[in-house]
Design a protein around this ligand. Structure first.
Ligand code: BES
Ligand code: ZN
Length: 494
């Protein structure tokens, strides 16, 4: 039934998805909700889990608008995470972390987890009921492996679109606009002159007080947004309107860098505006309409304590986000990383007994790394210093090259692993800007060593077509192999 509804309203969802895609809203600080142990099997039937109030239900099709996420800091382009910033490991030098019992990784198991998340459950928008179902599924897997499963909840303010539009002076008609980013702005009207830009942006351009109109065709929206962000504040436009070229336009990454409302405008209306703007000065009124609502952001944590519950044992975190954008079921982004995380939790349940493992499925990544930011924020200094490595698995199945990027010490180990295992399609890097687009960035920011596994260039990225039929279990295997070998070397260094 839900599937039927989803396919029936697919186009609508796509448009709505757009809005969310890059950015649901980060507005204000997440509010802590005490971590709760996952209810025992006896009382975990999904129906007993009270729906979080004010969550955004995907089928209710509210449009959630990206808002400023001031707490999210990307790793700056030129910054690598130097080895010297790594927090000293608390393991006494003499202690070797014996591998213990490491089970064989089954790519098929991992793939089946992806199936459950992306095909059975589907779109997992943070705060939605589907997301809670996914959280239940993941926590039950952790429990099955004998791990302690906990939910770590916080609330987060989302902005939900209510039918924004654009009117042109002297006209009675209004064009539907789909807000995809709203910064920290409030609903309201902006009256401004329209400036249509056909070519490139020059640094000296001044759009002060204007609404900028551009066509998405043949240009990098991401670059345009970055150029706007680089302009002095005094010459930035008051809003950016984008005419999409495809039925399902891709949401540009990095929306947040330009602190201004960004919206798609209906194609026909947009074309008409271009024609008219060629002949006259157009005054437009952009009506931004949205509601604010709270969403529960739920990280799912599976803990495998060290022997004797040693509270000072070194900690290894393995994880990835399990929320998706509203446009699609996020099979690759990031069912893939979540599936591997769950299977690794099984494989490592009895491994390296001197180490504490935390397997974490992060929520709210697509809203601006909300879950991982919150997780890191609540760690004490002592807790942070126990973490030897955070392995982030995000979007690992499609594209030519597997990129493994992160802190120098971990990247160096991964490099030797890749050479030894003979993977030709794998590139190792220390962190760069493009590596700041997922949950490891929250840890790197706190000087915790990170290693990020991802594959670039997914044509289905953030689309409804990000489905499981686009990949096999093979790439899941490769990622797990490299990660496990890196882990082994890291832990056997003594
Ligand atoms: N999985 C992506 C990041 C990614 C994109 C990895 C392309 C590999 C290739 C992630 O879920 C994402 O979309 N991140 C956002 C940033 C986030 C803070 C909203 C991005 O990159 O814009
Ligand atoms: Zn992702």
């Amino acid at each position: 039934m839900i599937k039927r509804l989803l396919s029936r309203y697919q186009n609508l969802l796509i448009v709505l998805g757009l809005i969310l895609t890059l950015g649901l809203a980060a507005c204000g600080e997440p509010t802590p909700i005490p971590a709760t142990a996952v209810p025992t099997k006896a009382n975990t039937i999904p129906a007993t889990i009270a729906p979080a109030t004010n969550t955004v239900a995907v089928t209710a099709t509210p449009v959630v608008i990206a808002t400023a996420a001031p707490t999210v800091t990307r790793i700056p382009t030129t910054t690598t995470v130097p080895a010297t910033t790594a927090v000293p490991v608390t393991t006494p030098a003499a202690v070797q972390n014996a591998p213990g019992e490491v089970l064989a990784f089954s790519a098929e198991n991992a793939y089946n987890h992806v199936k459950v998340l992306a095909s059975d459950i589907g779109i997992r928008l943070a705060g939605s009921e589907n997301q809670k179902k996914a959280a239940d599924y993941i926590s039950k897997q952790f429990e099955t492996f004998g791990l302690k499963a906990t939910f770590q909840d916080s609330t987060f303010l989302l902005r939900v679109e209510k039918g924004s539009n654009l009117t042109v002076s002297g006209e009675n008609t209004s064009a539907k606009v789909t807000l995809i980013y709203v910064g920290s702005g409030e609903p309201g009207q902006t009256n401004a002159e329209l400036a249509y830009i056909a070519g490139d942006l020059a640094e000296s351009d001044n759009f002060s007080g204007k609404v900028m109109l551009i066509q998405a065709s043949n240009r990098s929206l991401s670059q345009i947004i970055q150029k706007i962000a680089a302009m002095p504040e005094s010459s930035r436009p008051v809003a950016l309107l984008i005419i999409p070229t495809q039925a399902e336009p891709l949401l540009p990454p990095n929306l947040r860098v330009a602190a201004l409302p960004i919206a798609y405008i209906e194609q026909a209306a947009g074309q008409k505006l271009i024609e008219r703007a060629g002949n006259e000065t157009l005054k437009v009124t952009l009506n931004l309409k949205f509601d604010k609502s709270n969403a529960v952001i739920r990280n799912v944590i599976g803990t495998r304590p060290a022997a004797g519950n040693n509270p000072n044992a070194p900690v290894i975190i393995i994880g990835g986000h399990y929320d998706s954008v509203p446009a699609g079921p996020g099979a690759n982004d990031n069912g893939s990383g979540t599936g591997i995380t769950i299977e690794l939790a099984r494989v490592l349940t009895k491994a390296y007994p001197d180490v504490e493992f935390r397997f974490i499925a992060f929520d709210g990544e697509e809203l601006g790394l909300i879950g991982s930011q919150y997780y890191v924020k609540q760690l004490s200094v002592a807790e942070k210093s126990r973490i030897q490595a955070m392995f982030n698995l995000d979007m690992v199945t499609t594209g030519q090259t597997l990129t493994v990027a992160g802190s120098k010490n971990l990247a160096d180990i991964a490099r030797t692993v890749v050479v030894n295992q003979g993977y030709r399609d794998t590139e190792i890097r220390t962190s760069t800007a493009s590596d700041g687009s997922s949950d490891h960035a929250s840890f790197a920011q706190a000087n915790i060593p990170v290693l990020f596994f991802n594959r670039q260039s997914d044509p289905n990225y953030h689309r409804s077509s990000d489905t499981i039929d686009k990949f096999t279990s093979k790439p899941l295997e490769q990622v797990a192999q490299i990660m496990q070998a890196t882990l082994k070397q890291l832990l056997s260094r003594g």
